[in-house]
Design a protein around this ligand. Structure first.
Ligand code: BGC
Length: 432
């Protein structure tokens, strides 16, 4: 490939400051519209979580976390003094389960809850299995739901790769409780249902009370933040205090894709996805898509190269390339090709980080650009494994919001811890 064509591919992934500022402005407007009325691209879903943990809660909580790639079940022990420990088991969601129907999916979850309770050494959890007095669990659910309270939620749509269409419009809490009842665990009820971003925010508040945003950069992407209830116009209630809002920012641009500077590779990835035309912003940022965007770009840059020999090229490869450890790609490319792979893969992730900064900057400004330390808690495989991604995001934020008080922190596993922290923080919860 000529240097000029490589430069033009790279240019497609480069976002200038003016473009980023305009994305930040458009996103802020879209989020405001979401807070005001239903049916907007950025859904800004009220979560009805109005109490945050103070870090002193204690107790053992049963938790379930349905993510994009895995199901996790386990126990979170809140130890007080801002500390917690975990006993978590994880299972991959197979293609068969992702392509099935609601009963297969929720029976799988219920079965794994039973399996965990049977095998755990934790005595509180064992008791749940053997005694049938009512207990509540915390359910982290990484998909958009319409909630009217904290323990119910109607599924709006699946994203990422789950296709169990018959669950749409149904209450996912009922689906889980019915599945638990089918295997004799009807005494386990869902006490709190929350998005993974909301859970990350709640968990990190337990650790650091200055946390105001929870962001997931994993298979999918999204953010939640602490809003003043009185500013959530579509709730139609006048109430003081705060409420966490699940932005569902991945759908930004769905009503007007031209808001985002997409390349032909982005359009191809969207067209081949299970949900074409939806989650346009997410498809430019998150782990499920970045590897494929990079692969399509590399195919143009290096036709007939070693790339054809690869069965998969995913976001994990992007992290390997960036850490100068070609891992499973080692020795596949000539020195010259390797340099092309490095710069194209880096450009794809750099753009994702920049877009993520634009939306974080917009939320920060929407909450009044506070001068006080404002912590953003990040969970998700892309944030955890891609080298120095936090520096990329922070350096863009410093340009977009000069003098900001944002502090970015890794909140590893906190999307599951938050289910316990939010449960513990609800009034009426027993605290030992
Ligand atoms: C979902 C969000 C979720 C995000 C990260 C998106 O596809 O719509 O609800 O928070 O993925 O898991």
């Amino acid at each position: 490939m000529s240097t000029a064509s490589l430069q033009s591919l790279l240019k497609g992934f480069t976002l200038h400051e003016d473009t980023l500022i305009s994305i930040k402005t458009c996103f802020k407007r879209a989020l405001q519209q979401g807070l005001t009325s239903e049916g907007q691209a950025v859904k800004a879903l009220p979560t009805f979580i109005t109490e945050l943990p103070n870090g002193q809660e204690i107790g053992d909580y049963l938790v379930v976390d349905l993510g994009g790639s895995n199901l996790r079940v386990g126990c979170v022990q809140l130890e007080g003094s801002h500390k917690f420990s975990l006993d978590i088991h994880k299972w991959s969601l197979t293609e068969t389960i992702k392509d099935s129907n609601n009963q297969v999916l929720f029976d799988f979850i219920a079965y794994k809850v039973g399996e965990y309770l049977k095998m755990t050494e934790n005595s509180v959890m064992k008791q749940i299995y053997s005694e049938s007095c009512q207990v509540t669990l915390g359910f982290t659910f990484s998909y958009p739901v319409k909630q009217l309270n904290i323990s119910h939620g109607e599924l709006i749509q699946w994203n990422k790769a789950i296709k169990c269409q018959d669950a749409i419009g149904k209450d996912v809490v009922e689906l889980l409780e019915e599945a638990l009842a089918r295997i004799g665990l009807g005494h386990i009820k869902v006490g709190v249902l929350l998005n993974d971003t909301v859970a990350t925010l709640a968990a990190h508040t337990y650790v650091d009370p200055d946390t105001k945003l929870g962001v997931i950069l994993g298979t999918g992407t999204n953010a939640a933040y602490v809003e003043q209830t009185s500013r959530i116009g579509k709730l139609g209630i006048k109430r003081e205090g705060i409420m966490l809002v699940n932005t569902e920012w991945g759908a930004f641009g769905d009503d007007c894709p031209s808001l985002l500077p997409r390349t032909p590779m982005d359009e191809d990835v969207d067209a081949q996805s299970p949900n074409p035309g939806k989650q346009i912003f997410e498809k430019m940022i998150s782990g499920m898509y970045l590897g494929e965007i990079a692969r399509l770009a590399l195919q143009k840059a290096l036709p007939c190269s070693a790339l054809d020999k690869l069965l998969t090229f995913d976001t994990q490869h992007l992290s390997e390339v960036a850490s100068q450890n070609f891992g499973s790609l080692d020795n596949l490319f000539s020195e010259g090709d390797q340099a092309v792979v490095e710069c194209l893969c880096a450009a794809v992730v750099k753009r994702a980080a920049a877009l993520c900064s634009a939306s974080i900057g917009a939320v920060y400004e929407l909450i009044g650009a506070p001068k006080a330390r404002t912590v953003v808690a990040f969970d998700g495989s892309l944030y955890e494994h891609y080298p120095r991604i936090s520096e990329l995001i922070k350096s863009n934020l410093d340009k977009l919001c000069p003098g900001n008080s944002l502090v970015l922190q890794l909140a590893k596993n906190e999307s599951i811890v938050g289910a316990a922290a939010a449960l513990a923080a609800q009034p009426g919860q027993l605290r030992k």
